[in-house]
Design a protein around this ligand. Structure first.
Ligand code: SAM
Length: 238
């Protein structure tokens, strides 16, 4: 499998992804704002509008990091479990939840092999997380397993854009600006180069939709934004 431009073993990729997020955890929220020009907030709002969390529902926010998406769902009354492979990201998230007086559950988990029982959750969400997972089909199968019948799967992820002018503009931003922001604000150019490369490699919307179907979901749908730079994927377990 690849890590940035380098070929490494699956175990090595998982280890290095761990390092990336430990390294960026403290500055993660600031960096999101800088790298996306604040757009990630709008994308996350839109995503949560699609999920339509209801009061009392059990939702698993996988690769939930510092809780950005989980907080939006908890504010609507859902009971949210935030899981991530990286304990440092979750620790940052817990502090932020306390400051916001929000009550969530936090649990370290690898998306590829969850410790939850079958049919536990009404919805499973994963935002800007699945491209970092080494075995994506395994993660999708696990999402399907832990959902109840009638449960909903939602994923938001980056890929390349197919809008010609915009895509070139984005490439320039991604290659020239993002690693420099990483260096200046988080003293970590390598991690941000990896993030840019992982975005480029992620399957295009229709390809990923086929993977969601392959994992057993029905009515899999892809809603691309900005020509597929960001896509909201969904599917149902029946
Ligand atoms: N969802 C959050 C958000 O949108 O702000 C965090 C997204 S962050 C870009 C990606 C997260 O995926 C990191 O917190 C990282 O630790 C997590 N991650 C990477 N590989 C994972 C895996 N195999 N299982 C669970 N989480 C993983």
């Amino acid at each position: 499998v690849s890590f940035g431009e380098e070929l490494v073993t699956p175990a090595e990729k998982t280890r290095r992804v761990g390092e990336v997020f430990s390294s960026v955890a403290r500055r993660y929220d600031l960096m999101n704002d800088l790298m996306s020009g604040g757009l990630h907030r709008l994308w996350k709002d839109r995503f949560v509008n699609r999920v339509k969390p209801r009061a009392g529902e059990d939702i698993l926010d996988m690769a939930g990091g510092t809780g950005d998406v989980a907080f939006r769902m908890a504010r609507r009354g859902a009971r949210v479990t935030v899981s991530d492979i990286n304990a440092d990201m979750l620790e940052e998230g817990k502090k932020r939840a306390e400051a916001r007086d929000l009550d969530l559950r936090w649990q370290v988990e690898n998306a590829e092999a969850l410790t939850f029982d079958d049919a536990q959750f009404d919805a499973y969400t994963i935002v800007f997380g699945i491209r970092n997972v080494t075995d994506i089909p395994a993660a999708l199968r696990e999402a399907h397993r832990v959902l109840k019948r009638g449960g909903r799967f939602f994923c938001m992820e980056f890929s390349s854009s197919d809008w010609p002018g915009f895509s070139q503009l984005y490439d320039r931003w991604a290659d020239n600006v993002i690693p420099k922001l990483g260096k200046a604000f988080a003293d970590d150019e390598a991690s941000y180069k990896y993030l840019v490369e992982s975005i480029r490699r992620f399957p295009r919307p229709l390809q990923f939709r086929a993977m969601v179907t392959e994992a057993g979901f029905v009515r899999a749908a892809a809603e691309p934004m900005l020509g597929g730079l960001v896509t909201i994927h969904s599917g149902w377990k029946i």
